[in-house]
Design a protein around this ligand. Structure first.
Ligand code: ATP
Length: 398
């Protein structure tokens, strides 16, 4: 079964290699202006990027729930409890994935469930096998569903003490290729090669998404993060495409920064960044640096989009095995993922109530778990959120 999935992954890359069967090297040296699509067609990439929610039956939505490992299952339990109190018209279809499995039956089931429901809430799925033939389930899932966009909005919470105040940065990360191709081999004993895949088509649709996002959300600047001074063909292509797309958005300032300098700039002056546009690996590095600066792994949500499906999860994709079952995991990152899910389903009132409950709990009541320097338990936070929701639903429905 592992071989099946690896084939599927390769099929994904080959689908992305356009036009025809042109090799990676030839693609990377393609001039972006040679794209035969019209500007309208290419703009369509950005417009299509938000997957529409599937139809609801009997007034209720069905959402796939993939708890994953570590703290995932307990965080999902909190979301279900909060949704019950808020009267959210969502039913969850639970799909557990065995982390020790060498096969992919569970993964196939999860993918089928998301294809059916169109949307999922997800924890980090563990892949314990060390065999190079068994790929990361998280990566395989994103590739199979073509979730090419990852968006992480990182902002300061006024009630949380952090190294920097008033940070407000959006990271738009390419989510399906680059350094996560998982194509490694040992051609000669002791010499391992690892393939980094950057395609013009995937670069163009993520760049277009980032600029379109900036325009729609009133943001002023997009910064492309790269290492094109060393990886001149692969990162060079990504940078070239971003400069080309930037020309279509004259109202948005565009600059670029090398990943190592970018990390230093983030730590010393994060306020210079607005929207950051990155390849896959740099995206996870930048996300973890910013989250670390403003509050850690327990606060932010991440959104994964393709043309057809959407998956919501904690932003830094941690498993948190060491803190699982101790009632100390910060539930806010999964609660924020639930807010994103509700907005995606156009359940605006429920999203607003939950978002206000999070804001009140973190910033006014300052109920904080140990990762934020507090002494509260996960349940203390969940109870506070539920109390607010009970108050809100009574008043709103009165
Ligand atoms: P593991 O904890 O699974 O053994 P790890 O040490 O690599 O692996 P990650 O899961 O990557 O940890 O998480 C990184 C750090 O962030 C860990 O210290 C983890 O405890 C912490 N962390 C992650 N999520 C949360 C959360 N929701 N609340 C509190 N701490 C968290």
């Amino acid at each position: 079964m592992a071989a099946v999935s690896r084939l599927n992954l390769q099929r994904c890359f080959h689908k992305a290699l356009v036009p025809g069967n042109m090799g990676i090297k030839a693609l990377s040296t393609l001039n972006v202006t040679s794209n035969k699509n019209t500007v309208e067609q290419r703009r369509g990439y950005a417009a299509k990027a938000f997957a529409l929610p599937k139809a609801k039956y009997g007034g209720r939505h069905t959402v796939s729930m993939l708890p994953g490992g570590g703290i995932g299952p307990e965080l999902m339990g909190y979301v279900k409890e909060v949704f019950r109190y808020a009267g959210v018209p969502v039913d969850f279809e639970d799909v557990a994935i065995d982390p020790n499995s060498e096969g992919n039956d569970d993964l196939e089931e999860a993918i089928t469930s998301i294809r059916r429901n169109g949307v999922a809430l997800k924890g980090n799925i563990e892949t314990r096998s060390l065999s190079p033939d068994v790929m990361s389930r998280n990566v395989a899932l994103r590739n199979e569903l073509d979730l090419f966009v990852n968006v992480l909005h990182c902002y300061s919470f006024p009630g949380i003490t952090a190294r920097h105040k008033d940070v407000d940065v959006v990271i738009v990360r390419q989510n399906t290729e680059g350094e996560y191709a998982m194509m490694e081999h040992e051609g000669v004993r002791g010499v391992v090669e690892c393939l980094k895949v950057v395609t013009r088509e995937n670069s163009e649709r993520i760049c277009r998404f980032a600029f379109d996002y900036a325009k729609r959300h009133g943001r002023k600047k997009v910064t492309t993060v790269h290492k094109a001074n060393i990886m001149k063909s692969s990162d060079g292509l990504f940078l070239e495409v971003s400069r080309y797309v930037a020309k279509e958005y004259p109202g948005i300032e565009h600059n670029d920064m090398i990943i190592d300098n970018c990390c230093m700039q983030l730590v010393s002056n994060p306020h210079q960044f607005d929207v950051m546009l990155t390849t896959n690996l740099y995206g996870t590095i930048v996300s973890n640096v910013i989250c670390g600066l403003v509050g850690g792994a327990g606060l932010y949500s991440g959104r994964n989009y393709g043309y057809e499906f959407a998956v919501f999860e904690p932003g830094t994709r941690n498993t948190g095995t060491a803190i699982a079952g101790k009632n100390i995991a910060n539930p806010i990152s999964m609660m924020n993922a639930a807010v994103d899910l509700l907005r995606h389903l156009r359940l605006e009132n429920h999203a607003q109530w939950l978002s206000e409950a999070i804001d009140k709990t973190m910033n006014d009541d300052k109920i904080h778990t140990p990762d934020l320097g507090g002494q509260a338990t996960s349940m203390d936070i969940v109870k506070n959120i539920i109390e607010y929701l009970q108050l809100k639903t009574k008043v709103e429905n009165w």
